[in-house]
Design a protein around this ligand. Structure first.
Ligand SMILES: Cc1ncc(COP(=O)(O)O)c(C=O)c1O
Length: 387
């Protein structure tokens, strides 16, 4: 076909494939490079989850489940969320094919063309792409130097632009930031007085390194406007098994379920039984993985600081987001050179939106040996490049 542009929808033409994937594909051309690009834990799936999935196959639990997913798992998710002071009944929870499907279902259920959506920058790239695909309008809100919300700008945007939806995402990909109690309270006060629907992406909630977990979804009096997207990819190191969930008040859930039903009918039955076992008996595995991520974070943070990078100490997820501004290169150029000249791959901050320019994202979901080798290579390269 000659004129693909005439055929492909304008909304699809308006988006690009993810900058993370694009860079990952470049890395494939450098077989000796150490890649710290992917948001994928390097642990095996906990044994009990594997066993539960094998049993599910042998017991022929391979048919469609209800659209929302098996009630046993939805009950467990409801109890798990209670430990984080978030209250959703099992019937307000829908299992999805990863958080990815959950996000797309939620945006599809909410947006009419030109509806305005507040999205932080930098942020996980799917938010902007989903909104563009649906013909919505993106309103970026800025983050401060420590990646907390710039509330002054947020309030101005809310007053002048009248947004319909706001995306909040903690612990954050790509910054590793979590929300403090003070900021969570501040956000609540603003949102209480404005009829905005909030999508809280809590994909990394199991990987919060602080003793206390804060989320906007903890405020029950505005819960009819809050939608939580979560999942098991990162929590149980099972990215390829594709299981996530959406939580929303009954009325919103009805709308979300319509989209989910016509998209996929239900999430994979076998994996649902695996995650059910996981929530019941693999929390120690999660604690172990978390402790390893903290060790790796501490190591990488120290190394980056001693190389002269300015960086925040991540408090969740498994990413660190150092500034590269003093090198006077765009993040794409910096990461290309780091890859070609030092043999280390990190994702250019620009892949996470306008606010990501001037940074790179390093994933520390890699072994200590790989992190050490990558840090050594970076250190020698930086000495050569100078600042
Ligand atoms: C912030 C965030 N939300 C959602 C997702 C989607 O995860 P999945 O579809 O694997 O559940 C990811 C994956 O990297 C993410 O980083």
């Amino acid at each position: 076909m000659d004129n693909v542009e005439n055929v492909v929808s304008r909304n699809v033409q308006s988006i690009e494939i993810s900058g993370i994937r694009k860079f990952f594909n470049k890395v494939a051309k450098y077989p000796d490079a150490i890649s710290l690009t992917l948001g994928q834990p390097d642990f095996n799936v906990p044994v009990k989850i594997k066993e539960a999935m094998i049993n599910a196959i042998e017991d022929n639990k391979t048919t469609y489940t209800s659209n929302a997913g098996i009630v046993e798992l939805r009950k467990e998710i409801s109890s798990y969320l209670k430990t984080q002071h978030i209250n959703y009944h099992q019937d307000e929870i829908c299992l999805t094919i990863g958080g990815s499907e959950g996000l797309m279902d939620v945006f599809t259920a909410l947006l009419n063309p030109n509806d305005k959506v507040l999205i932080p920058t930098p942020a996980y790239p799917a938010y902007e792409s989903c909104v563009k695909l649906l013909g919505g309008q993106i309103l970026n809100y800025n983050l401060n130097k420590d990646f907390s919300i710039d509330f002054e700008q947020l309030e101005t945007l809310i007053k002048t632009e009248n947004p319909k939806v706001m995306v909040v995402s903690y612990p954050s990909n790509p910054t590793g930031a979590i929300i403090s109690k003070e900021d969570n309270d501040k956000l609540y006060k603003i949102l209480k007085n404005n009829e905005i629907i909030i999508i809280s992406d809590e994909m990394y909630s199991a990987l919060c390194f602080d003793d206390n977990y804060y989320s906007i979804a903890q405020f029950d009096d505005i819960r009819n406007r809050i939608i939580v997207v979560g999942g098991f990819s990162k929590m149980f190191s099972m990215t390829g098994l594709r299981l996530g969930y959406v939580c929303a008040d009954y009325k919103l859930m009805e709308a979300i379920m319509k989209v989910h039903q016509y998209n996929v009918s239900c999430a994979p039955s076998i994996v649902q039984w695996g995650a059910y076992e996981g929530l019941k008996s693999c929390m120690e595995d999660v604690d172990y993985m978390k402790s390893q991520f903290i060790r790796r974070r501490d190591y990488l943070y120290e190394r980056l600081i001693s190389m002269g990078f300015e960086t925040n100490l991540p408090m969740g997820a498994f990413y660190i987001f150092p500034s590269i501004k003093k090198f006077n290169m765009e993040s794409e150029e910096f990461c290309e050179r780091l890859l070609k000249e030092a043999g280390v791959a990190a994702v250019p901050g620009s892949a996470f939106g306008i606010g990501g320019e001037g940074y790179m994202r390093i994933s520390y979901a890699y072994s200590m040996e790989q992190l050490k080798e990558a840090a050594d290579r970076m250190e020698s390269w930086i000495k050569k490049v100078g600042v």
